[in-house]
Design a protein around this ligand. Structure first.
Ligand code: SF4
Ligand code: SF4
Length: 332
């Protein structure tokens, strides 16, 4: 299965529960950023630029757990910055698992091997390693030689100890299908459990030239289509259809709410108008509709998974055909 059965069941129960209670807007994945500190300085990273003045601030363990209590999403993505630099990361993972949530811990992989003894393998816990291509491409995008090899050492060690490992690859204008295929080939041989892919978001704070317009994204993902059948891509089929221009979708900006040291980020993971002090304020005070319909100029070229994968989940009940395809896709 592409996702563990327990995640599948928990998400289904959660969706049915919200539907029965008539709740229209609910979170699916909490994006928890305990720290924005990072040991790398990637070309396309908006976080280390947007929060450069507050890099020294961190959420306490208690603040992280309060955020998990406030936000009922079945999945918690622990990200950053580099979350393995967060001093309480072992305790945080343990406590979130104790609350029966599923965790994706997003890391650049550099510290992965030496951090493994902080964690225990669990079907509810997955390392998600950021890799943008095979060695020379990844290291060039990151801007630091040796990072690909370090991440691969971490992945091998994590697999050896029985952890679930997925990867996350950002697709840029220059991403070539052959290089991406080489990356997936290498990762498949290492036993990686699945590959997430998404186009880069055009952050204002990041230099131009590497990001794509919507039209370019559609063209690029059509080129990549043969890889979707050949490799264990865990981005959902409806989302991949959207990326190839074969399906229209509205955004679900509340689907992946973001909590970081500045507060609850509004309106979405990518753009910031303000930070609220509580999850309830975020949900009640954000003017969602203009973002759903992409009326804000910052949404114009966005096709990011944080906005559109929640739409896939939200719309599952609307089409029995889609539901059946998703079940088949998950068990293959
Ligand atoms: S590893 Fe992640 S957080 Fe760190 S600079 Fe790169 S993209 Fe940003
Ligand atoms: S379209 Fe993108 S930028 Fe706009 S609200 Fe949705 S996720 Fe955010």
């Amino acid at each position: 299965m592409k996702f563990p059965l327990s995640l599948h069941l928990d998400m289904t129960l959660y969706l049915v529960g919200n539907a029965l209670r008539g709740i229209q807007r609910f979170p699916m994945v909490l994006m928890l950023e305990p720290t924005h500190r990072c040991n790398l300085h990637c070309t396309g990273c908006g976080r280390i630029r947007e929060y450069r003045d507050t890099l020294g601030q961190e959420l306490t363990l208690q603040e992280c757990l309060d955020s998990v209590e406030q936000c009922p999403a079945p999945v918690v993505t622990i990200t950053g910055g580099e979350p393995l630099l967060y001093g309480q990361v072992g305790a945080l993972v343990k406590e979130v698992l104790r609350r029966r949530r599923h965790i994706y811990l997003c890391t650049n992989g550099v510290l992965l091997e030496k951090s493994l003894d902080l964690f225990k393998p669990s079907p509810r816990f997955t390392f998600n390693v950021h890799l943008d291509g095979p060695r020379e491409i990844h290291d060039a995008i990151i801007g630091t030689p040796g990072t690909f090899d370090k991440a691969m050492e971490g992945i091998r060690a994590a697999k050896r100890f029985g952890f679930r490992v997925t990867t996350n690859t950002t697709i840029y204008r220059e991403t070539e299908p052959q290089r991406l295929e080489l990356l997936f080939h290498i990762l498949t041989k290492e036993g990686v459990d699945g590959f997430l892919i998404a186009p880069a978001y055009h952050y204002d704070t990041v230099k131009d030239g590497i990001f794509m317009t919507r039209e370019e994204i559609v063209g690029k993902f059509r080129q990549l289509e043969p890889l979707f059948r050949k490799y264990r891509i865990i981005s959902t089929p409806p989302y991949l259809e959207f990326l190839r221009g074969r399906r229209k979708m509205l955004c679900t900006p509340w689907g992946n709410p973001t909590r970081n040291p500045a507060g609850w980020k509004s309106p979405c993971y990518l753009i910031t108008d303000t930070h609220y002090s509580s999850f309830q304020d975020l949900m009640e005070r954000t003017p969602w509709e203009r973002f759903v319909r992409g009326e804000d100029s910052r949404c114009r070229h966005c096709m990011m998974h944080c906005g559109f994968e929640p739409t896939v989940v939200r719309e599952l009940g609307h089409s029995l055909l889609d539901l059946w395809r998703m079940i088949l896709w998950n068990v293959r």
